[in-house]
Design a protein around this ligand. Sequence first.
Ligand SMILES: *Cc1c(COP(=O)(O)O)cnc(C)c1O
Length: 482
Amino acid sequence: MGENNLSFLDKVLNIVKDERSEDKPLIEFKHPKELERILDLDISEGVTDQELEECVRQVLKYSVKTNKAVFRNQLYSDTDPYGLSGAWIAEAFNTSQYTFEVAPAFTLIELKVLSHVLKLFSIPDGDGIFSPGGSMSMLYALVAARFKAFPEVKSKGMRNLPEMVIFTSEDSHYSIKKAAHWLGFGTENVKIVTTNEKGQMITEELDKAIENAKIKGQYPIMVNATAGTTVLGAIDPLNYIADVCEKHNVWMHVDACWGGSLMLSSKYRNRLLGIERAYSISWNPHKMAGAPLQCSLFLVRKKGLLHEANSASAQYLFQQDKFYDVSYDTGDKSIQCGRKIDAFKLWMIWKARGDLGLSQLLDNVMSIAQFCQQAIAKRPGFRLVVDSLQCPNVCFWYIPRFMRNQDEDDTWWDIMHKITPKIKELLTLGSLLMVAYSPLRHHKNFFRLAFSFHPKIDEKQVLGMIEAIEKCGEEITLDMLQ
Ligand SMILES: *Cc1c(COP(=O)(O)O)cnc(C)c1O
């Protein structure tokens, strides 16, 4: 292939269009060893473009078609088509989001999107950065909180600092544990606060836990509130948490990776009231809003802090005697050196749809989730985990006929615990539906159907998903669960 010849890309575009078409199955599931035999993965000898095309087709044939409505396995799903265009453009123009000189337009775009989002989250004077995901944003939050309390940590490390503790709810995302390990706090210093039945942090418990830590001489460094928990979609009582944080003078972070998209709608954003009191916020447009992976934002109330906390002032890259205004070299706010142009994907989406278009997409998602929740509530054999809908997560069990009208003792629930994954297996092997399941606290394995902006899902499709679960559920016998 010639250096500047994009003919292979044209071919690839056609393959992608074919493989994303209606008639393709969601998944042709093969176990790892079997798939390894089918695919021609050896890379020791080069192949012709034609052969490579065949290889690509094979790879995509066995890849999950996440653009289909029946892909409900994760919190991301199909991409917004404008976002996908943005992703391809950003790849083709291959540059790094660190200095104005190599990314002039993209730098201004990141700043513009950040300021728009900061206004939306009611911290207009704040700052922010695009990061490669919510887990990374959690690292940013902890680094910012620690730096704010103990700026000397940057040069001297943790020696001579008090033992620091972090507070989060039992339903919150696991990334906080990883971050606590990576940053040297230790996972034992992540204090778990209990939640109510709806999955929301119990504020009185948080208050008590902070008091306890103080009595022990520990330093409460951050409270992580969640706006949209990963499984139930619960929104912690942000205003109450903000009160507790204020009382104890602790950094309040809101993990709005999932639920942050509710801010896009004037109808639903009041569910996140109190978020404007946070010191930092994370939001993943790559989940509900359909920005291509990865696209996550970390926002911070205090301007300048990101730069102060993270800068290393590398002289070969961030020279201060450049010929242009170097305040536009924003890369030193980041932990990364090379950084992808993630902002452009979100900018393309927003530019095409505007505030109103995004607001309507969010309203659609909430109304289809409501429909799903109501359909499940009244259908025999289905049982909701929580009655109320906070984010577009619908969580439920399917109880096959042979399990109904029995004593729901521990043995019964142990069987239910095996039934849910078995139904999932049948759904996947039959290419009917890919759906998430999870246990949670005392709850045995249940399903989570979560909805996102793309593709737009109608009521008929939701009923189809419910019927598929029912069909596979009725195929199950006790023998299959051994
Ligand atoms: C998904 C998720 C994260 C992690 O985001 P990644 O981009 O997958 O790293 C963090 N918090 C919540 C609540 C999430 O749902």
